[in-house]
Design a protein around this ligand. Sequence first.
Ligand code: NAD
Length: 381
Amino acid sequence: MSASTVGSVRRDGNQVFVPLEVMERVGKATFEASGCSAEEASTIITRLAGANLRGHDSHGVIRVPRYVQWIDEGRQIPNQTVEVLQDQPSFAIVDGRFGFGQSIGEQTVDIGIAKAKAHGVAMTALRNSGHLGRIGDWAERAAAEGIVSIHMVNVRGSLIVAPFGGIDRRGSTNPFCAGIPMPDGDPIILDFATSLVAEGKALVALKGGKALPAGSLVDADGTITSDPTPLYGETPPGTYPDPSRGPGALRAFGDHKGFGMNFLMEMMAGALTGSGTAGALGEEQARPFCNGMFSIYVDLGAVTGVAPHMGHPFAEEVRNYVAFVKSARPTEPGGEVLIPGEKEKKVMAERLQTGLPLAAEAWDDIVATARAKGMNDVDLG
Ligand code: NAD
C-alpha cells in the first residue's frame, strides 16, 4: 500500500485529502508510540489537525515528523505538567519544562482563566514551553470562558528572522494573538506571526504546498526572494528540513512597524517571562528551542459590569462595528472585507467537508513516521 492510498485518503495530482478521523487516528497512534499518554497524544493531533482545519497548514500536521524527531532527540518531553514558580492572586509565572505546548498551553491558559475569573484581570508568564502551535487556540480557550485575552509569544532557539533593514538572523517568527469573546457567536480571533510568513508556511512551500508571497525571505547576499530554500539550505536524505541550517532568513512583516512588533514579542515573551530571547550571541547559541508566552486576561463579565459603554453593551458595540467595517466597499470586484478570524471560519466549513488538503510529500512523511513508530497497513487502515 503506498502512503497516499492509506484508508480513504484521496489523491488529486500532487495533493491528498485526508479525512479528519484518519489523520487523528494515525497521529494519535504515532505520538502514543513515541511516549505520549493516550490523552496527550490525542490533544496534540487534535490541535495540529485543528490548525489545518482553519487553514494554518504551517502549524498543522506537517509538524508530526518534526515533533517525533524532537521527542527522539529529547528536545520536547512528553507528559509534562507546568511548574508554578510564582503564584500571586492575579499573576503566575510558570515553567513548561519543555513539555508539549499543546498540553502546557492548556494548563497555563487555564491558570490565567481561573485568576481572571477571581480578580477580573490576570497575567501569566510562561517560560520553557515546547512548541505552542497555533496561538489562536489559546485565545479561543479563554474566549470560551468569556475572557478577552492577549498573547505575545517568542521562539527562543529559533533564529530565523532578519530585522528591518538587516540581512542576518536576529529574531524569530514571534506571533501575536488576541481574542474577543462574543456571547452569541464565535469569538473574534486575531492571530499572526510577526514575520512576513510563519516558518511552517515556508516548510509547506518547500514540500510542494502553497507558494510564499513575494519578498518573504532575504538570501545571504541580501537578495529579496519568495524561494523557501535559503531558509533550510541542503536537507540530507532521511532528515527533515531544518530552518537552522539555511544561509538566508525570513523577513519581518510590515517594514519597520512590523519589525517593532516582532522586537516587542522578544521583550515581553522572552525577557519579561524569563524564558530568554532569541538572542544568539556567544553561549546563548546553545539555548534549546522553546516558546515563551506572556498573556493578559480580562474577564468581560467583571469589566463590562463597571465600565461605561457609550450607551451600548459591549457585545452590541462589537457587533455594530463589525457590520460597519464589513460594509466597506471591496477593492476587488466580488470581494469581501473580512474581520480577524473570519477567514479561518470559512476555511474550516470547507475543510470539514473535503478533508485536510496536504501536499502528497507532507502526507508521505507523516505515514513514514507512523511506520517508523511501528504502525502497519492494518493500523493505517
Ligand atoms: P496569516 O498571515 O494567515 O494571518 C492570520 C491572521 O490574519 C488571522 O487573524 C486572520 O483571521 C487574519 N486574516 C487573514 N486573511 C484576512 C483577510 N483577507 N482580511 C482580514 N484578516 C485576515 O497567519 P501567519 O502569520 O502565517 O500565522 C499562522 C499561524 O502560525 C498562527 O496561528 C500563529 O499563531 C502561528 N505561529 C506560531 C508560532 C509558534 O512559535 N508557536 C510562531 C509563528 C506563528
